[in-house]
Write a protein that binds this ligand. Sequence first.
Ligand code: TYD
Ligand code: MG
Length: 467
Amino acid sequence: MARSSTVFVCSSCGAEAPRWLGQCPGCGEWNTLAEEARAPAGGGARGRSGTGRTSAARAVRPVRLSSVQAARHVRLATQIGELDRVLGGGLVPGSLVLIGGSPGIGKSTLTSMALGNLQGAGRRTLYVSGEESAAQIRLRAERLPGAALEVPVLAETDLETVLATLDAERPEVCVIDSVQTLHAPDLTGAAGSVGQVREVADRITRLAKARDIAVLLVGHVTKEGSLAGPRVLEHLVDCVLQFEGERERTYRTLRALKNRFGSTNDVGVFEMRQGGLVEVADASARFVGEATRAAGSVVLAAMEGSRPLLVEVQALVSPSELVPPRRVVNGIDRNRLALVLAVLGRHAGVGVGSADVFVNVAGGVRVDEPGADLAVALAVASAVRGIPLGAAGPEGAGPAAPVCCFGEIGLTGELRSVGHPDRRLAEARKFGLDPVIGPPGSEASEVPTLRAAVRAALPSQPRARAA
Ligand code: TYD
Ligand code: MG
């Protein structure tokens, strides 16, 4: 086989250089050049004749779309309901799914469980691991349900060996754990470097498409939160799933960032247990049941894609000596908290002064939507005043039901509508939450401004303390 030569390509502007350079000669960015394999000259090199045509290329007649045969995808069900739903109904043969997430989040567990189920359903599977030995994989599989122990494994980091094995074994579904640990011998970079990751993914993609193998590609997320460096893989694969949550917490969410065969609106919620990941089909019930109803707590009717989800938002405001004081968030955007605090102080008469403010979405869930603003504001207001939200229950035993809310906060202190108010409201009603405070037009207890929302949610007098 003719050995391909390599060039260095800038991941930012695409400029090429014959050797590695610290700074890209094209765009001037630093550390963006990554090694890439090039087909031997003559095979694929573009002619510079002005037409951009290679000498051997021949024109092909384009086909009208109506006469294209579109195969309906048969799906391979992993029998993990939340995973199948996020995938859009199961794995599509020949497709590449990238599962990203930080170390320890449960990527290997999820993919092992999926393969176990597929193997149990009579599918040919293969688990390729460059991270763990076969013995380690076995120890995990022993904890998992289903036919996880029947899955054939290959502990290997050499890309050529993996490709040859895939070609010989012809599995229907294969897991590569992880794309960063495989090494293409014809590139010099270390495994996990941008050039290597791109080459590994590219060659696996080509084989998978040719042999109709559905591949689950596991990828670690860097500290900055991107998959394998500068998102080099996202355009290559059919589907990008992000596995999120905090390692110490029990709940994990799986969401699709890209899906060629389904929507990107669905989110799966899992819980890590002794026997692997367990689906949390009714996550709202869990989170509402666990809501504390104490001062600084409120339930947010959030939308996770097309699915309403009730989560508890908690705030703590505590005196601080620090300048500037701390603003610590978990599960929401830090800039959003800054905005909410500013509007609370300016338009709703709730100042936090120089106190530290901590805001947390309970359960380790992340809510990335403007609809969370009001919940953050009400949780902080309740924490500042030291009073639980809602009307006091019998004998000052605390609010009867947790207060629920949703809505975006504008810079002038107004409440703005957000998507799917009806679904949010229906979910809150399903769990008996009352009141549900929302922006005008939401059919909840509508309030026009943040000031009105604070007034509606916070009893004006502190409850009499039990003697
Ligand atoms: P793992 O799937 O190895 O994470 P990743 O591949 O994303 O790095 O598992 C992560 C954690 O899950 C690990 O700390 C052990 C824990 N775990 C359980 O709590 N229960 C189980 O049944 C299994 C298999 C793992
Ligand atoms: Mg792993």
